[in-house]
Ligand binder design. Structure first.
Ligand code: DON
Length: 306
């Protein structure tokens, strides 16, 4: 454990290099020095730092909503609406919406995630949000809630996302109206969790959803993991795959999930789910301490999966 504590300590010292997201006012109040890690295997778990702190999922939810929508419509239908190609652009970029036949490049960037939000099962906005929270509740075995303060704060600073939504609608890539897609998307970003919940979500992927109440076809889970590996860490995804080598997804709240299909971290063995929370993020949008921790962890415990 000493080695692990050391990696944690060194990563925690890096938070000064990042800043909490300020473009959503309700996120700007988070403690920039916070850093917590939770890791779980089938038998045991390890927690480092203050693991009870609640925060919002932000873009980590994009993987879950992709799975719910794709489970419902099937892969072929979803591929008519959103591709699975990385962009190398920032998460809210608008530039590529006029290339690739105007189809959003992947569901991990905002354009693709807003399209996916419009495709979620259910007649009303409420039903669509519920389809994702229900799936999450089945993974976590507990109820989840939306942080309304973050949601309203996002809603009132959503100029880029609104612009993206109108372009998607103009090109036929929204299945609901703009306002509904946008509100569903932003509510999903505002789901409140802690770092142990993140570890559980990651463990779900590490075990391909085996023995979970949350049913999803293996083909869809495989695509979700491929998307995390190629597009999960924003425009740092290539470097993350090259130097850390784990499927992972981050959010601007400083949340990250990382998936270890097979590994050994101290007394944890087999499939391992890792959840991290460090709200000081870098320019790209990834938790500075989280990236540092995962880089060292992968190196020292030989977790590189490719
Ligand atoms: O779209 C937004 O601005 C946020 N609610 C989600 C941000 C996030 O985590 C980055 N997305 N890829």
């Amino acid at each position: 454990m000493e080695n692990l504590q050391q990696i944690y300590k060194q990563a925690a010292q890096m938070t000064y290099k990042g800043q909490v997201a300020t473009y959503i006012p309700a996120l700007a109040v988070n403690d920039p020095n916070a850093f917590a890690v939770s890791m779980m295997s089938a038998e045991d778990s390890i927690e480092l730092g203050e693991c009870a702190t609640m925060f919002t999922l932000q873009s980590v939810v994009k993987v879950i909503s992709f799975m719910v929508a794709t489970n419902h419509h099937g892969i072929e239908e979803i591929m008519h609406y959103v591709d699975v190609e990385p962009t190398g652009d920032s998460f809210n970029s608008i530039v590529r919406l006029e290339s690739n036949n105007n189809k959003p490049f992947n569901p991990m960037i905002n354009a693709g995630a807003i399209t996916i939000a419009s495709l979620l099962p259910g007649r009303t906005m409420y039903d669509k949000v519920k389809s994702v929270t229900l799936f999450l509740e089945q993974i976590l075995g507990k109820q989840v809630h939306i942080n309304n303060e973050v949601y309203f704060s996002e809603y009132h600073s959503a100029d880029y996302n609104r612009a993206i939504s109108y372009i998607l609608q103009a090109n036929g890539f929204l299945k609901s109206d703009v306002e509904e897609a946008l509100q569903v998307y932003l509510q999903l970003c505002s789901i409140s969790v802690n770092v142990s919940d993140l570890a559980k979500i990651a463990f779900y992927f590490a075990t391909n959803g085996k023995n979970s109440e949350a049913h999803c076809s293996i083909e869809v889970i495989n695509i979700a993991k491929a998307l995390m590996l190629t597009c999960g860490m924003y425009n740092f995804s290539g470097k993350f795959a090259a130097f850390v080598g784990l499927p992972a997804k981050s959010g601007v709240s400083g949340a990250i999930i990382a998936i270890v299909k097979q590994g050994e971290i101290e007394h944890l063995q087999g499939p391992i789910g890792i959840g991290l929370y460090g709200p000081a993020i870098d320019k790209v949008g990834n938790s500075v301490a989280g990236i540092e921790f995962l880089t060292q962890l992968s190196k020292q415990y030989e977790l590189f999966c490719l």
